[in-house]
Design a protein around this ligand. Sequence first.
Ligand code: ATP
Ligand code: MG
Length: 267
Amino acid sequence: MSVPFLRVEALHVTYRVRRRLVEAVKGVSFTIHRGQCLGVVGESGSGKSSLARAVLGLEPEAAHGSVEWDGYALSAQNRRERLAFCRKAQMVFQDPMGSLNPRLKVGAALAEVLKVHGLVKTRKEAFRQAAQWLETVGLDAAYADRFPHELSGGQRQRVNLARALCVGAEFLIADEPVSALDVSVQAQILNLLQDLQRQRGITWMLIGHDLAVMRYLADHLLVMKNGEVVECAPAEQVFMHPAHPYTRELLASVPHVDRGLARRCAL
Ligand SMILES: Nc1ncnc2c1ncn2[C@@H]1O[C@H](COP(=O)(O)OP(=O)(O)OP(=O)(O)O)[C@@H](O)[C@H]1O
Ligand SMILES: [Mg+2]
């Protein structure tokens, strides 16, 4: 059996809020193999985002446990390895506006990222590559000349994806990437994520509430409740034979609109 792309063992995330301890993640373990999509579902406050941040090493104070990338412990990375890892593993958030600089045109923003990471030599090359990345995520290169506020929510989310991809992302954590978007646009973005997985072999962790969508996008599903994993199995198995009462409850509450969205994904 090949080494998993990501192996997480007994991961805990405990925040200190004044004198109180908040146990957001309580001993979570799972693996993801290269090119696969792990769906993470669970009610609000169940620890999904905390888990995601800990997996990327963004909670150094609060997180304890073992996270291994390609067989190497995240905690053992030196500075150079850490920088390389930051390029390879990226996060895409729910609010695409919040993660873009409002004062920079989209092309300039992407060009800057490419320059900061030393991926281009000249300004001209940076802008040329920026335009190409926009096309990769389904935007006309002319959008390079727009400010973030001159784009729709779905277009901004595409720019965010371009930004993650342009530095060589191999792993994406999408934390409710479509919840802030219109239902009609949600399907387009989810389709784009799936294309990226298939065409570029991107491995990803998709955090969301929409179980009907997860069924089509996720290879494995991890169901969280109160910081713990109640079920982790191939997605189809979870849907056909949910083992835990909580999962059955979640499945029973899939709203009608989500089924429509899954259909529109044309998967
Ligand atoms: N930085 C923090 N400091 C203190 N407590 C936090 C922090 N971040 C999250 N929490 C707490 O940890 C718990 C899990 O939060 P988290 O954001 O991981 O849940 P979630 O599953 O992502 O929820 P949602 O679906 O609403 O995004 C919650 O009780 C939350 O209040
Ligand atoms: Mg969250």
